[in-house]
Design a protein around this ligand. Structure first.
Ligand SMILES: [Zn+2]
Length: 460
């Protein structure tokens, strides 16, 4: 029904998509009026809104934070939620990251798949429906945010000013669709330190990790020894060998500096990394220190949450994962910061109670590190939106695939009754946020057809 228009206009779809990809819309902080995320993001939004207008739709810019392109009448609307901001390009690109050059059928650009390409596919999908002459019973809005890659302030501002849709999808993850996303909860375990000089070795400072959502790959510790520092150093080296801990030990008078190495991965699958802070605990616990029980605890911290009392699983999203992402110890206080990805049937309060119960007896307090948490997001499998989109995907591709869940967060969380739907096809390399990000030209066109059918089915 919509394929003909898309095939006839393929050159224009490709060219207009290249146009928005040529705008450097790396998110920035700006105080300029109407450009809260910098001139690049503002230009990308202007480009999309102007294109929407040229295609015959109503458009709106919401304070430079976000905007929409709208078609149809009535109060209720179906939303497609995309974003036009991109992450920094990094280094090592084969083709210019804002060139949108096509090589071997692939458009190379930052934002090609995440998420400017899919957002353009949704826009041309709306146009294909309109051009076919069919009538819809609900309005359709393509909402475009400019702060997805940072703090989602675009969506906060947008929905302060605009009503929520009755449902929708975001083309910012994987096909066939993602219907359940774990909650994300960050907390500190803190403990004051007392009488640290009473043992023969004193942990003066410990610091590990850069970001709470990454498994830390480095932890640095400074110790002092009242006795033979060289003997302490060789005890550390010996333990490291026994425990398989990669580290470097340096002695300078009575001071010992220890750098422990780990392997960093994203905290949504921390079991695939090696936590440098936990590795450090394995070394410290063998020394004669005042906080020996804490280092023993640290050495046992796991990625399924058992040691902190929150090992659990659920039917939809599977097991909770736990990442001890940051550690900071000085002579007064110990602070360990965790990032939990928890099942859809639990709340933060459930977790806090369990953590307190398990870590309170060791002397820890649970405190708030001031990092934004996220509630779990879950749309039932038998809901109309999930069933409709799965059916559309199957009809358009001939592939019947099981829907997905994730420990990460997609843009679908920003609105109720929404799922992530595309735009990455199964089996494709994950090039989002990587050098040489690309999207197959044929996938752009295929996606436009899938989205046209999906929007039509949801809004007809
Ligand atoms: Zn994205």
């Amino acid at each position: 029904m919509f394929e003909k228009w898309i095939d006839q206009n393929r050159d224009d779809i490709i060219a207009k998509t290249q146009g928005v990809l040529r705008i450097d819309s790396v998110g920035a902080e700006s105080t300029a009026p109407d450009q809260p995320f910098g001139p690049g993001c503002a230009e990308a939004l202007d480009y999309a809104l102007q294109l929407g207008q040229e295609l015959g739709f109503a458009v709106k810019n919401v304070d430079g934070y976000a905007g929409h392109i709208e078609w149809g009448d009535g109060d209720d609307y179906i939303a497609v939620l995309g974003h036009l901001d991109v992450v920094p390009v990094g280094t090592g690109w084969t083709y210019p990251p804002f060139g949108a050059e096509i090589h071997d059928g692939k458009i190379y650009a930052r934002g090609a798949i995440d998420d400017k390409g899919p957002t353009m596919a949704a826009l041309f999908a709306m146009k294909a429906i309109q051009a076919s002459g069919v009538q819809l019973s609900k309005k359709v809005r393509l909402i475009m945010g400019l702060d997805e890659e940072s703090n989602w302030r675009c969506m906060d501002r947008y929905f302060e000013k605009e009503p929520f849709p009755i449902g929708g999808f975001t083309p910012d993850a994987d096909f066939p669709l993602i219907y359940a996303e774990k909650g994300i909860y960050c907390f500190n375990l803190t403990k004051p330190r007392h009488n640290i000089e009473t043992a023969s070795v004193v942990v003066r400072e410990l610091s590990g990790g850069n970001r709470v959502n990454m498994v830390p790959d480095s932890c640095r510790i400074v110790l002092t020894a009242t006795g033979d520092a060289e003997a302490v150093a060789s005890q550390l080296r010996h333990t490291a060998e026994q425990e398989g801990v990669k580290c470097q030990v340096d002695v300078n008078g009575s001071e010992i500096t220890l750098i422990v190495e780990g392997i960093s991965v994203h905290s949504m699958a921390p079991q695939h990394g090696i936590n440098a802070i936990v590795q450090a605990g394995k070394l410290l616990k063998v020394l004669d220190t005042a906080d020996q029980a804490i280092w023993a605890f640290l050495s046992e911290v796991d990625t399924d949450g058992e040691r902190i009392g929150v090992k659990m699983t659920c039917h939809a999203t599977g097991p909770l994962t736990s990442n001890l992402g940051l550690a900071s110890v000085d002579e007064e206080t110990i602070t360990f910061t965790f990032n939990l990805r928890f099942p859809v049937d639990k709340t933060e309060d459930d977790l806090i109670a369990l953590i307190k119960q398990k870590t309170g007896p060791i002397g820890f307090d649970v405190t708030d590190p001031g990092i934004a948490n996220m509630k779990p997001h879950y749309v039932p499998l038998d809901s109309e939106i999930v069933q409709t989109l799965l059916k559309v995907y199957e009809e358009e591709t001939g592939e019947k695939l099981a829907p997905l869940t994730t420990g990460g967060g997609t843009y679908a969380r920003a609105i109720p009754n929404a799922v992530a739907f595309g735009a990455q096809f199964p089996g494709q390399p994950d090039v989002a946020h990587q050098k040489d990000e690309f999207w197959e030209v044929e996938h752009l066109l295929k996606c436009t057809k899938i989205f046209a059918k999906a929007i039509y089915e949801l809004a007809k």
